[in-house]
Design a protein around this ligand. Sequence first.
Ligand code: NAP
Ligand code: G4F
Length: 355
Amino acid sequence: MTKRKVALITGITGQDGGYLADLLLSKGYEVHGIRRRSSSVNLQRIGHLYRNPHDRAENFHLHYADMTDGMSLFQVLKDVRPDEVYNLAAQSHVRISFDKPEYTSDVNGLGVVRLLEAIRLLGMGDHVRFYQASTSELYGNVQETPQSETTPFRPRSPYAISKHFAFLTTINYREAYGFHASNGILFNHEGPYRGEGFVSRKITRGASAIHYGLQDKLVLGNLNATRDWGHARDYVEGMWLMMQREEPSDYVLATGEQHSVRDFVERAFEIVDRPIEWDGAGLEEKGIDKKSGKAIIEIDPRFYRPAEVNSLVGNPAKAKDELGWEHRTTFGQLVAEMMEADMKQAAAGTLSAEG
Ligand code: NAP
Ligand code: G4F
């Protein structure tokens, strides 16, 4: 009988952590996740896998550690002895990274050094496969369209700069020590598990709350930014495929299709039968509910970034050729699935707080 593979996921309580845990368990892995200490329980995305330490799926285990605490990472690696490590933990909010640049750099940048160095010092570098959650934010002030693995990086936020450090560190351990270490350069991916502070979820949550009379309006920032939005469930498959390759490498995962924040808003409100008409410009622009005539979308510069990434769209050709990976969920299906989940919560009175 072949031995069950063991995976360690940092950031298991986050959006991608939840989807990846589901995927790896369905493939027969023993899954270990790192959670950080918090004063209240934040296991919503993995609640179906983990109930309490005495009643848990035997293949699913959580460990306390923190990306800012190298000793804790060392100890978990030593105890778990994983075959595959997926480093998903991050302060992942781009606008907040402008408020917390030092913390963001510590978690996202130095955190990767702590993890890779612990693997090296434990003598596990010759067999552990390592995935680093890199990002399309690295392209920043984009140099070509669409963006691929060879497009130069021009990061424009503390978040993106910390991820650039992590990207290069991952390659350095591959080149210097022969680690099987790969970067997934993932474009935006969403789903019902998405955090409430990211624009996609803010919109689907807001549209549902307005529809059920729980909220009067939705306040947003830059409506004209465009992103390449896919579904997180499809993207975690790409992460796993990278870990199954004989040789490590870096891959773009994207849909190749671009939509604006404005498109996202229109699509979400169409689902609740409230078509939006735009009126005014800049900070004075409003989204009017055509049926009631009420202004339900407003702009607040609080949600602007000091330096914006205006447009991103990826070219996933290498992932298709080498991994056989392609996104499955269309933009329309993504918005519809997120709306369905938030509408159910709004109807049940369990909609989470605004992000
Ligand atoms: P997310 O929902 O924000 O989840 C981040 C995870 O990191 C959470 O589990 C969080 O724990 C954990 N974390 C934060 N600080 C930590 C620390 N100091 N120590 C240990 N854990 C910590 O992010 P996501 O959307 O799932 O993204 C996963 C990864 O992919 C991130 O690295 C992100 O930067 C990257 N990425 C995401 C996208 C995207 O579109 N989603 C695209 C490209 C790259 P808590 O639950 O305790 O906060
Ligand atoms: O949803 P967002 O906050 O995602 P952003 O900044 O693209 O970052 C996400 O994707 C990256 C991959 O490219 C990840 F690396 C990162 O961890 C994260 O998951 O914002 C998307 C766009 C931006 O242009 C922003 O300015 O939406 C615009 N936007 C407009 N109004 C807003 C809002 N963003 C947020 N969060 N909130 C708003 O009210």
